[in-house]
Design a protein around this ligand. Structure first.
Ligand SMILES: NC(=O)c1ccc[n+]([C@@H]2O[C@H](COP(=O)([O-])OP(=O)(O)OC[C@H]3O[C@@H](n4cnc5c(N)ncnc54)[C@H](OP(=O)(O)O)[C@@H]3O)[C@@H](O)[C@H]2O)c1
Length: 323
């Protein structure tokens, strides 16, 4: 495994991390035992960065992660989030008020079975709460030792700049994969930033770590993807990239990418990972891996290095098919 510092945090995180959304059981093909085995395999393979959020499975993913880590909690970095609350009917609402954050951190610590979080990230901006109130609350939690570092997610540059007036922001978690490089929405939610053209250069210049989410376009950029899986009622049904005309074009792109990978006798997912690793601004790739097999395959990315011609060919394909 290779490790990189996340912004100025002093945390050396594995370049391949682990995304825990699927462990909330919102996806087909997962269950707690399988998720726990995958998480423990990840640690064995050198992965030390686990990204989760309260909203994944409405509290479930945090609990599963806490259980999987057990005694090994101190050997890894836990990144969780705040700002998405839900009611009894599971309607989700943004809330970054001081009162809500102080409540959320306690619940997350309890679910995760720990007394600190290594990276506490704002999940989505909340236009109804002054950013100063949110950031000063996070600074207070840092003072108290309940959180060790502060990160954000889905933040535009103006928001990042404003947040950085109050605290040191070490990372921004944003939508980024070969197909969605400068996307203007995610699952129908408008995005106020463009990752490739704005966030990557800004974060590189300001030493803010970038954590791309949905790095595999929710599984579409892997050899194991099938529409049958998604149609089985998985939450990925809500992803417009996996529906209609977009899906048709994306599948054509994935097929060509798979052919390039096959020439090197490698799985497509490893070529996708290498392309992400080659982006200097990116610190860790938090693909959701739902099984031990997927974890091992993803980590084996680092067993080989593509030559520059191969990556250039991939870039050309992206330009041709995904502009
Ligand atoms: N901050 C935010 O707003 C935000 C939003 C979305 C996600 N996230 C974070 O980002 C993480 C990753 O994003 P994501 O879950 O949307 O999608 P993703 O990582 O792009 O795709 C995950 C899917 O890829 C497939 N996969 C992974 N490794 C594979 C392999 N070796 N071979 C074949 N298939 C493989 C699995 O699909 P199958 O189930 O079909 O096997 C898995 O469920 C999440 O867990 C979460 O932590 C954050």
């Amino acid at each position: 495994m290779n490790y990189k510092e996340l912004g100025n945090s002093g945390m050396n995180v594995s370049v391949i991390g682990f995304g825990c959304w699927a462990a909330g059981n919102d996806w087909t093909g997962t269950n707690d035992e399988k998720s726990i085995r995958a998480m423990r395999e990840a640690i064995k393979c050198g992965i030390n960065f686990f990204d989760v959020a309260p909203v994944y499975g409405f509290g479930h993913a945090e609990k599963v992660l806490g259980k999987a880590l057990g005694q090994q909690r101190k050997d890894v970095f836990i990144a969780t989030k705040c700002g998405l609350r839900w009611d009894d009917e599971k309607n989700i609402k943004r809330n970054l008020t001081r009162e809500s954050i102080l409540e959320e951190i306690e619940i997350s610590l309890s679910r995760l079975n720990t007394d600190y979080v290594d990276l506490y990230q704002i999940h989505w901006p909340d236009p109804n709460t002054p950013l100063k109130e949110t950031m000063t609350t996070l600074a207070e939690l840092k003072e108290q030792g309940k959180i060790r570092n502060i990160g954000v997610s889905n933040f535009s540059i103006p928001l990042l700049e404003e947040a950085s007036k109050y605290v040191e922001v070490v990372s921004n978690q944003v939508l980024f994969n070969m197909i969605e490089r400068n996307a203007d929405s995610y699952h129908g939610l408008p995005l106020t930033y463009r990752t490739e053209s704005e966030i990557l250069p800004y974060c590189e210049e300001n030493n803010i770590g970038v954590i791309p989410y949905s790095p595999l376009c929710q599984g579409l950029l892997t050899d194991g993807f099938s529409m049958e899986k998604v149609e089985r009622g998985d939450m990925r049904c809500a992803n417009p990239q996996l529906r209609g005309k977009k899906l048709k074009n994306n599948l054509k792109f994935a097929e060509e990418l798979s052919n390039i990978a096959a020439r090197s006798k490698k799985p497509m997912v490893q070529l996708v990972m290498h392309w992400l690793i080659s982006q200097k601004a990116i610190t860790t790739i938090i693909a959701s891996s739902i099984s031990e097999k997927e974890v091992r395959e993803n980590v084996a990315t680092l067993d080989w290095t593509p030559d520059t011609e191969l990556l250039a060919e991939v870039d050309q394909l992206i330009k041709r098919c995904c502009e």
